[in-house]
Design a protein around this ligand. Sequence first.
Ligand SMILES: CC1=C(CCC(=O)O)c2cc3nc(cc4[nH]c(cc5[nH]c(cc1n2)c(C)c5CCC(=O)O)c(CCC(=O)O)c4C)C(CCC(=O)O)=C3C
Ligand SMILES: [Fe+2]
Length: 373
Amino acid sequence: MADPQAPTRSDPTPYDAVLLLSFGGPEKAEDVLPFLQNVTRGRGIPDERLKEVGEHYYQFGGRSPINDQNRELLAALRASFAEAGLDLPIYWGNRNWTPYLTDTVREMVADGVRRAVVVVTSAYPSYSGCRQYRENLADVTEAVPGAPHFDKLRHYANHPGFVGPFVEATLKALEGLPEDAAIAYVTHSIPTTMNATSGPTGGGYVAWHEDVAAQISAEVERRTGRARRTDLVYCSRSGPPQVPWLEPDVNDHLEALTADGASGAAVVPIGFVSDHMEVIYDLDTEAAATAAKLGLPMARAATPGVHPDFVAMLRDLVIERAAAERGEQPDRPCGGLIGPGWDNCRPDCCPAPRRPSTPSTTPTTASMNEEPA
Ligand SMILES: CC1=C(CCC(=O)O)c2cc3nc(cc4[nH]c(cc5[nH]c(cc1n2)c(C)c5CCC(=O)O)c(CCC(=O)O)c4C)C(CCC(=O)O)=C3C
Ligand SMILES: [Fe+2]
């Protein structure tokens, strides 16, 4: 008989719920425009870019994979919680599409939820991947009377439960390529000014990606007995052309690899927890076409999705955070050089980037001002 006084490893106290918080995506052609309007309100994204991104979605019947990926993740998390005896309901809300965060939080209030731990489907620090979600939580807390208290999990990109599935996926992608193929790690580009203010001390977006890429490279080298060329490159740039974003673009990089005589490229989307539109369009469609045109063998590595190690990591992070909130000192697994992510972001962490003050398609530096948080 277990000692009933002993806290179990799966003690959820002080939480009474988990909230899976994500970006959201359209599910049919009629959703695409209103979805894009939700995403880009006040962002100064040129109309040209919006039409272009709309076409990416229409090419898939207007359906983004992201919501189905989240439905699968919810099911996997529920199964994993049940297995671990972790008795917490899991809710799901999005920033930009149904189920909208506000509606989910109303439901949580109706169910009597007082304090929830938040799993965000973004693994890295930045305004778009972290603070904007925290702002969404702050807004909903103001908008919905009696909203629960929310604690967002630490960034998990450098956790073995995130890095491990990418190691496996990279090895699998390399299997089908010439044995000295290069690795191109890919993430979502952001404005260089957004990177400059990411994380508690700035530059956190790129620094975390480099730390994750280095971990994967070291393990892949160990497992294949071969050092190979690796680079961190970017996809999905948007915004006005005169605003600098992180480079090189993955397509330009594939050209550079070809020019340098590379025998092939494993494209590893470390910026994405599951197959988003950026992965199935920007990589599987556009970058794959670029590679084919160049005659460069390319294989795209899988995203974590519902990999058992990824799902177990999210469950363990919930347990870890609950213990920390009870004043215990839980283990904080992480690899690489940066160290474990912080539980609570400073109020001024990852400030909103400078954006055009009007939806002009040709903003000038003079028209840029600080957007209120
Ligand atoms: C860092 C980052 C992540 C990763 C962190 C996270 O996961 O949150 C991410 C995720 C995503 N971004 C997504 C879609 C879009 N992002 C856009 C625009 C932008 N993204 C930005 C950055 C990021 N975005 C930025 C700086 C902009 C410019 C506008 C602005 O300053 O805010 C636009 C507008 C059109 C365009 O400009 O491309 C769309 C349609 C989807 C859904 C995909 C699907 O449907 O499967 C997902 C998961
Ligand atoms: Fe985005």
